[in-house]
Design a protein around this ligand. Structure first.
Ligand code: UT7
Length: 328
């Protein structure tokens, strides 16, 4: 069986750092509350006019350079995002044009913060089926453009960023194999995390709707409880499928939403919290970009070794959840 997986990774975050103290000037909050309830200390926020495709292109150029290939070597571009440049056309098409990837197809994938996990499995399937040789998967988000900056329950949680990987058949002993993926959805949670207005369900009506109706609305408690359960179920399902125990995992790279969610899941799995890599203190929740941003940082810090089991796990709007088991 051919090994298919990640051959290179590259990320990009905006320069501007926004601290919790700065947010406390916008809404009734404090550094103490945000750190104690979420683990977040600061986040990156785009410059005015910067969109998801701009961050995605920066990350994509980095990954092409690291892989030592050109844009014409990419057959498909998948952008996982919940904050696309436009409802349509797809952000992936804008990235494709900016990169000069003239031989690539392009589409967006909407699976909330689980988008990167879903896109890895999709990319692997395209390569396995022979319809693409190399797929560029990009998680890119500018969630701060759809954040309600008057809602302290949600505005403190999000940040902007992008991460890109190349998925292809791997030569012996190179790259990081995607061994198995497990994807699920619980659409009964439709209203737990959404932007209610501007789609076909509720087209924008200036007589009835305000800006807040087009921004993120979230039932934090409900998402919290779902998220802990989603992490535990995903890890157990992937480990059971592979015939390994959660304790055999060298690293778990969770979607970076809230440190307390990760601690609660670790406790239920009887795993040390340190087994879960986190960098949400500096980037907050960057949705579909959070897992590649974490992996890139782990590589920089030489935390990942050949042969290790590494599990990526995501959860988010949909409600979607799932993960990928990698052999590093
Ligand atoms: O990718 C998935 C994205 N979504 C998530 O990850 C969200 C999951 N949920 C959570 O992370 C947590 O539920 C939150 C961080 C959103 C909230 O934390 P919590 O410990 O569940 O707080 P809570 O909702 O129980 O609120 C406790 C209190 C409330 O005040 P009262 O009603 O007790 O007076 C809130 O109004 O904290 C208040 N509060 C805040 N206070 C200061 C909520 N947000 C803030 C804030 N600053 N930013």
């Amino acid at each position: 069986m051919i090994r298919i997986g990640i051959s290179a990774i590259g990320c990009h975050v905006p320069e501007r750092v926004v601290t919790n103290d700065e947010l406390s000037k916008l809404v009734d909050t404090s550094d103490e509350w945000i750190v104690s309830h979420t683990g977040i200390s600061e986040r990156r926020i785009v410059a005015e006019g910067e969109a998801a495709s701009d961050l995605g292109v920066h990350a994509a150029r980095k990954v092409l350079q690291r892989r030592g290939i050109g844009p014409e070597d990419i057959d498909m571009i998948i952008v996982a995002t919940s904050s696309p440049d436009y409802p349509f056309p797809a952000t992936a098409c804008i990235v494709q044009h900016q990169l000069g990837a003239g031989k690539a197809g392009a589409f967006d994938l909407s699976a909330g913060c689980t988008g990167f996990v879903y896109a890895l499995d999709t990319a692997q399937a395209l390569v396995a089926a022979g319809s693409a040789r190399r797929v560029m998967v990009i998680g890119s988000e500018v969630l701060t453009s759809v954040t309600n900056w008057e809602d302290r329950n949600s505005c403190v949680l999000f940040g902007d960023g992008a991460g890109a990987v190349v998925i292809e058949a791997l030569d012996d002993d190179t790259g990081h194999q995607i061994v198995h993926s497990w994807l699920r959805s619980d659409g009964a949670g439709e209203t737990a995390l959404l932007r209610p207005v501007s789609g076909s369900r509720n087209p924008f009506d200036p007589a009835r709707h305000t800006a807040a109706d087009m921004q993120i609305q979230m039932d934090g408690k409900r998402v919290y409880l779902f998220a802990v359960d989603a992490i535990v179920r995903t890890i157990r399902a992937l480990c059971d499928h592979q015939g390994i125990a959660p304790a055999d995992l060298a690293w778990i790279v969770p979607h970076q939403a809230n440190l307390r969610i990760i601690e609660a899941a670790a406790k239920r799995l009887k795993l040390p919290t340190e087994r879960f890599y986190t960098n949400l203190d500096r980037y907050a929740n960057t949705s579909a970009a959070s897992i590649p941003l974490a992996i890139d940082e782990m590589i920089d810090r030489s935390l990942l070794q050949t042969g290790q089991w590494v599990l990526l796990v995501g959860f988010g709007a949909g409600l979607t959840y799932g993960g990928n088991l990698l052999r590093w």
